[in-house]
Design a protein around this ligand. Structure first.
Ligand code: URA
Length: 210
């Protein structure tokens, strides 16, 4: 039988600290056996933006923090270029909290096992905007497979309990951008920069309206 999700009581920062304790004890899927550290989050739990990636790589597993390796550095730089500081203005996490061996894509079962943690993170941070970095983030959160080239840059209105009332923006994963470094007009990096500008615009509009 699948291990239940440990939910400790509390609200605000206490609830997120309790969530981290629950994640550290989690053995809901076999990824837990190979982890050095559970990678729960970094950034600002009060941010209006959540960035969701795929899962920890080697450096994240080592540090216990998401997006601290090369792709994280690129993500930070690109966010910074549109005025978003990833630690001040965003809460950063992943679809799965433990590193998949050899950095393979997490399986559907692993994503499903980890989902209750992600849903709690979204509920507790209560962001207006979710940035989905890469196809696996889109699949893990929305159940939509493949086609990041078509999905990126298109706003989606969140549906269902944890996403209702929130805006979602899929983008290319930064590791894909590391493999495709051209900044030419129409290149993946150029498109992502425009997507991030769009995200910053929407955050400012939502702030002005509230
Ligand atoms: N790639 C991800 O999707 N997440 C991380 O935390 C690091 C690399």
């Amino acid at each position: 039988m699948e291990e239940p999700v440990l939910v400790l009581p509390g609200s605000g920062p206490e609830a997120l600290a309790n969530l981290a304790i629950g994640c550290e004890a989690c053995r809901r899927c076999s990824l837990s056996a190979g982890r050095r550290n559970v990678v729960v989050s970094r950034g600002n739990p009060q941010a209006r933006l959540i960035v969701i990636g795929e899962g920890p790589g080697a450096q994240e597993d080592e540090a216990g923090l998401p997006f601290v390796g090369r792709s994280g550095q690129l993500l930070d730089q690109m966010l910074e270029s549109v005025g978003i500081d990833s630690n001040r203005d965003a809460y950063v996490c992943n679809i799965v909290k433990c590193r998949p061996p050899d950095n393979r894509k997490p399986t559907a079962l692993e994503m499903a096992a980890c989902r209750p943690w992600l849903e709690q993170q979204i509920a507790l941070v209560d962001p207006q905007v979710l940035l989905l970095a890469g196809a696996t983030a889109v699949e893990g959160l929305l159940g939509i497979k493949g086609g990041i080239t078509k999905l990126r840059g298109q706003w989606r209105a969140g549906e269902g309990t944890s996403l209702q009332g929130r805006w979602l923006m899929p983008i290319f994963h930064p590791s894909y951008l590391l493999r495709n470094p051209s900044r030419e007009r129409g290149s993946p990096k150029w498109l992502t920069w425009h997507d991030l500008q769009d995200v910053q615009r929407r955050l400012l509009q939502l702030q002005a309206a509230s």
